[in-house]
Design a protein. Structure first.
Lengths: 355, 209
């Protein structure tokens, strides 16, 4: 499997709207890359540029050492799997999977062997004579993947392939995708707005917003060390709690509370003394028994943990995630604190993390 | 000798990996060749009656023409049905195709041959057999030759369709039986072919080095 290099790619549509700004990254051989971000962030546009379905306004796309910037899609040797499967309803599953090879005028025997091998991998052998309408959503998506596999492309592109499936099926398909990636050792670029998919599937995640790449890194890096407030709030469920305030010596002071900083944190933030700053704390890094008063509004027991929603200082909405079963009621007042080594600080002006 | 013929037709085959894969394809793909030939036979029959009914010769305009129309309708319907049947490897429809082929063959000896052999009579009755066909006026001989060619081609297509349909249906039937009994295995055949390919690929590499 080859490398894919996206070099300073811009996409500007005819009306002058810029969808992607300076997308620059190297995707390594056999890597599973997930582009994640909210709707309209440019992730699908980037994928479509790699596929050749959108022109690249500026920059260079190199696949396996070959400049593919202006090469038509059919000559790029890539396969794309769409959200809506894009299967031919009048053809059987076998014919759907064999279609691209038939167009290439491959020998019948070769086509058959490739289709059977893909069907074996995807557990579709018993479905080959059926029509797409006779299959479930998950099976249809597997057929769409099978159609991609038989071509043995250099790169697989997935455009939100699991979005049409229910939650349970999505979970099982995620596992299948992981296994498929291991079996094929393929280079995959995968677009999703679902952070669970991104965190579980990716070797590296590219987090995007408003056409800009916000952070590229391993899932754990994005979760533990978000580069800015966007990544901090986008990755993680429930999102990170953010408090705008000031540094006052060895304290963080905001409208709703004051919080002591450790020596290490004071040292890190010495340039920000007296300046505005954003403190971020993930719900699971909030502990009971601190100096902040928290008014409970509602309690969501999820079995293995509890989400407690409430307010700090009567205004600021905060979500806490406690690792055990809790039974707080509306109006309960509890004291909370933050795990010191899990507190994140961001510059107010640049929104970048302070490290 | 019969066995030899059956072998030549492909009704008896040794199971090599290649043969297994070739026959396994029938399980997933329709018999488009047989079906296509049957439809081609049907289309040629259409050409036949379009030409024949364009004939301006009054003595043929009697009750037998009605029968000819009915035969045509039967041929069209039966051929279409049979084409759908052979498409899904149903060997019964091959018999229907052969029946239609016999009818088409017999039709050569009715009007076309009559037109060819009795064309002389026309001068006695002051009538001439002629038909405008693609800008040319055809006389009795040319007309009958074209009609005979159409019918003969139709017969050839129908017979070929029947034979191909029958051979493939029998092959598939036997294949399915053997597959069920475990005598053959598609997975094994696929694995063998893959191993062969790998061996060939490594040989090529060695040669290159």
């Amino acid at each position: 499997m080859p490398e894919v290099n996206l070099r300073h790619i811009d996409k500007i549509y005819d009306g002058g709207v810029q969808a992607v700004y300076d997308f620059d990254m190297d995707i390594h051989d056999g890597e599973f890359i997930v582009l994640v971000g909210p709707s309209g962030c440019g992730k699908s546009t980037t994928l479509r540029m790699v596929a050749g379905l959108e022109d690249i306004t500026k920059g260079q796309l190199v696949i396996d050492g070959k400049d593919c910037t202006r090469i038509p899609p059919k000559d790029r040797d890539i396969a794309m799997v769409f959200q809506n499967y894009a299967l031919y309803g009048h053809m059987t599953i076998y014919e759907n999977m064999a279609f691209s090879l038939t167009l290439r005028k491959e020998k019948k025997e070769i086509i058959h062997r490739k289709v059977m091998a893909a069907a074996e991998i995807l557990d579709l052998k018993t479905q080959l004579n059926k029509k797409p309408r006779q299959l479930s959503g998950g099976q249809r998506q597997r057929v769409a993947m099978g159609r991609a596999i038989v071509r043995n492309p250099k790169v697989f592109l997935f455009d939100e392939p699991l979005s049409n499936l229910d939650a349970q099926l999505r979970g099982s398909m995620r596992r299948e995708l992981m296994l498929l990636h291991k079996k094929l050792n393929a280079t995959i670029i995968y677009v999703t707005h679902d952070q669970t998919e991104a965190l579980t599937l990716a070797d590296r995640i590219v987090c995007m917003s408003m056409g800009h790449v916000q952070q590229i890194g391993k899932p754990i890096e994005l979760y533990e060390y978000p580069a800015n407030t966007f990544v901090a709030t986008f990755i993680g469920l429930p999102p990170m709690n953010m408090f705008e305030g000031k540094i006052d010596g060895n304290k963080f002071v905001c409208e709703h509370f004051e919080y002591p900083l450790t020596d290490e944190q004071t040292k890190l933030l010495k340039d920000y003394d007296g300046k505005d700053i954003i403190l971020g704390v993930r719900p699971e890094n909030i502990v009971r028994g601190g100096s902040v008063t928290f008014d409970v509004e509602n309690n969501e027991n999820l079995g293995m943990n509890t989400l407690v929603h409430g307010k700090v200082g009567g205004k600021k909405i905060v979500v806490c995630k406690f690792a055990e079963w809790c039974s707080y009621k509306y109006g309960d007042e509890i004291s909370i604190g933050f795990e010191p080594d899990r507190m994140h600080f961001f510059d107010v002006e640049t929104t970048q993390a302070i490290r | 000798m019969l066995d030899n013929l059956r072998k030549r037709l492909g009704l008896i085959r040794d199971y090599t990996s290649e043969n297994i894969i070739q026959t396994d394809i029938y399980r997933y793909k329709r018999n488009k060749l047989a079906s296509g030939l049957a439809l081609l036979g049907l289309f040629i029959n259409c050409l036949y009656f379009m030409l024949f009914y364009g004939l301006n010769y009054q003595p043929y305009a009697n009750v037998l023409i009605g029968l000819s129309v009915l035969v045509n309708l039967f041929v069209l319907l039966a051929t279409f049905l049979a084409s759908e049947g052979v498409k899904v490897y149903n060997k019964k429809y091959c018999i229907l195709l052969l029946v239609v082929a016999v009818i088409q063959l017999a039709r050569i000896f009715i009007y076309p041959l009559d037109i060819m052999l009795n064309g002389e009579m026309l001068f006695e009755t002051q009538a001439t057999i002629s038909v405008r066909y693609f800008g040319a006026t055809l006389g009795n001989v040319e007309l009958s030759v074209i009609l005979i060619i159409y019918l003969a081609l139709s017969v050839a297509c129908l017979v070929a369709s029947a034979i191909i349909g029958y051979v493939r249906a029998v092959q598939l039937e036997k294949f399915n039986k053997d597959l069920e009994s475990g005598e053959i295995s598609v997975d094994k055949a696929l694995a063998e072919l893959n191993a062969k390919d790998e061996a060939a690929a490594s040989e090529t590499k060695v040669q290159e080095v």
